[in-house]
Design a protein around this ligand. Structure first.
Ligand code: AMP
Ligand code: MG
Length: 520
């Protein structure tokens, strides 16, 4: 096995795209450039908390000397002769154009060729950059643990995502006002080393378009197509449309996965939408417990709930529309772009129904499936049933009466409240039984297939918080346990059965469990 730190450096983003000509590290507008060279802040006392060994195994690499590795992924020393840089991008935040955003607290330390892939290695929380807009460029331990565990958990759930290689604490205190109520506290600083073939976002295109810089818009789009969509051939108007169609397709797939596993991103701003259709920027995300399409974990969005579970596909489409607007100067024709957006809507409707069919074990499609599934969603919502528990248990369904107990045991309602819906549940289960009767697969085969789409374990909001509470007391054991649990989310793992349970009552209104802000 070879050493990660010895892999071939190939700064493809840097070499092919224009750099900021200024080298000063002050917050400012950066024009006609895709990135700025910037050095990470030297941490005062870095410690390695966790390394994603599974990811390293996938790359067929090892970390080599641990102290050298720690220095590299904490920003204490540079990655050999690779010059670190922060990327320029803009974005719509909560529906409003916010202008230049950029890597305010992320610094790319190296682009490495590993196997056939060029991977970008990025430190999140390594100090200010020209894009920090006056903020510190740092990240706290709680948000870093959340990003670290969730990116790896998502990967093992089969959801496209950026990866996390390592989690370190910096030894530096970071002041934060968690609830934005004037109560500033010092928190431990931390850095996640994130890894992805690309960290380009919708906002990376928008910034050039918004500034009327069509030369750089073209240069940048051509680079992205050449590097990441090479199978499409040389850039041309036709290729730009193909490219947009492919981004739209990947975004749709990602959202269907989110809906399948009950993931709510929480901040689907256009600067947090990856051009590769990867889940990116884990902030105030959360997992659906009681099935509630109107739920969002993000308290900053609690009024309008723009980024609620049930709205993620619509927001993705809205974001794609902004990307289409940004690409328009290269295409100069609206109808073909509109056609691709319409296609997103049509395909999403069909494919999300297929996804829901797979969750309830239907292989064939029948006329009334959409109604059956809508009724199920309503019942789950009204009876506050835990999404993960319900779908995972459903494969054991035998008779309506016996399965009703399993549903009751997965509900957050009091028994008396739940029982008001018993008849509705029994009637739904009867219809479900009739529908199952036309399926060809045996119960056993069906159960096996259901276990591949219905995870047993997800990173419930309170689980991440338990890992954080322990780590803040210098106990990394919960991070270890959850990391290991979540690398096999579809396996039974009976030794971890305690995590296959309803959210405990104490977690209902606890900060970090159900209420999260953007403060990180
Ligand atoms: P987010 O919604 O967390 O992805 O962040 C939106 C923008 O704010 C991005 O440009 C981030 O780089 C920037 N940002 C967030 N937190 C900080 C921070 N502590 N220091 C500097 N920039 C930040
Ligand atoms: Mg972001």
């Amino acid at each position: 096995m070879s050493n990660l730190l010895e892999q071939e450096i190939d700064q493809r983003f840097v070499q092919q795209l224009p750099a900021d000509h200024l080298r000063v590290n002050t917050s400012r507008q950066v024009l006609e450039a895709c990135y700025s060279f910037v050095e990470p802040k030297i941490p005062s006392n870095p410690k390695l908390l966790h390394v994603s060994h599974r990811f390293l195994e996938e790359l067929k690499l090892e970390i080599g000397d641990e102290s050298e590795f720690l220095k590299t992924v904490s920003g204490a020393i540079p990655f050999r002769n690779a010059e670190p840089y922060a990327m320029c991008y803009g974005g719509h935040q909560f529906g409003n154009w916010a202008g230049q955003l950029g890597d305010g607290r992320a610094i790319n330390i190296a682009e490495l060729n590993i196997g056939a892939q060029n991977w970008k290695f990025q430190l999140k929380g390594a100090g200010p950059t020209p894009y920090s807009r006056g903020s510190d460029g740092l990240a706290v331990l709680r948000s870093s643990i959340r990003e670290y565990l969730c990116s790896e958990a998502m990967h093992h759930l089969g959801v496209p995502t950026t990866r996390a290689l390592s989690l370190v604490t910096t030894g530096d205190a970071v002041p934060r006002d968690v609830l934005y109520n004037g109560n500033v506290q010092n928190e431990p600083g931390a850095i996640v080393c994130r890894v992805s073939p690309s960290f380009v976002r919708f906002g990376s295109f928008q910034i050039f378009s918004a500034r009327g810089d069509h030369d750089n818009l073209k240069k940048f789009t051509d680079y992205v197509i050449r590097e990441h969509f090479a199978e499409m051939g040389a850039p041309s108007k036709e290729m730009y449309l193909k490219f947009f169609a492919e981004v739209s397709r990947r975004t749709k797939e990602m959202i269907i996965h989110w809906q399948r596993v009950g993931f709510v991103h929480g901040v689907m701003n256009t600067d947090n939408m990856s051009i590769l259709g990867l889940t990116i920027d884990y902030g105030p995300y959360g997992w659906l417990e009681n099935y509630d399409p109107s739920w969002t974990p993000n308290t900053t969005d609690s009024q309008h709930r723009r980024y609620r579970f049930g709205n993620q596909a619509s927001v993705a489409l809205w974001n794609l529309t902004q990307l289409a607007n940004a690409l328009y100067p290269l295409i100069d024709e609206a109808p073909p772009l509109e056609k691709i957006l319409d296609q997103f809507k049509e395909e999403y409707t069909v494919e999300s129904l297929d996804m829901m069919r797979s969750k309830i074990g239907l292989e064939l499609s029948a006329n009334l499936d959409a109604e059956l599934i809508d009724q199920l969603k309503e019942l789950l919502e009204h009876t506050e049933v835990d999404m993960t528990l319900f779908f995972r248990k459903l494969r054991r369904f035998e008779t309506p009466e016996s399965f009703l107990d399993a549903i009751r045991a997965s509900s957050y309602l009091k028994k008396e409240e739940f029982d008001k819906f018993s008849d509705s549940w029994v009637s739904w289960l009867n219809e479900y039984a009739e529908r199952l009767a036309i399926e060809k697969r045996s119960k056993e085969e069906r159960g096996k297939a259901m276990n591949l789409v219905n995870p047993k374990y997800v990173l419930r909001n309170y689980m991440a918080q338990l890992a954080i509470d322990a780590a803040e007391k210098e106990d990394d054991s919960v991070i270890d346990e959850l990391y290991s649990l979540l690398t096999h989310p579809y396996d039974e793992q009976l030794e971890f059965e305690k995590w296959f349970a309803l959210r405990p009552d104490w977690a209902l209104n606890k900060v970090g469990c159900s209420m999260l802000s953007c403060s990180s």
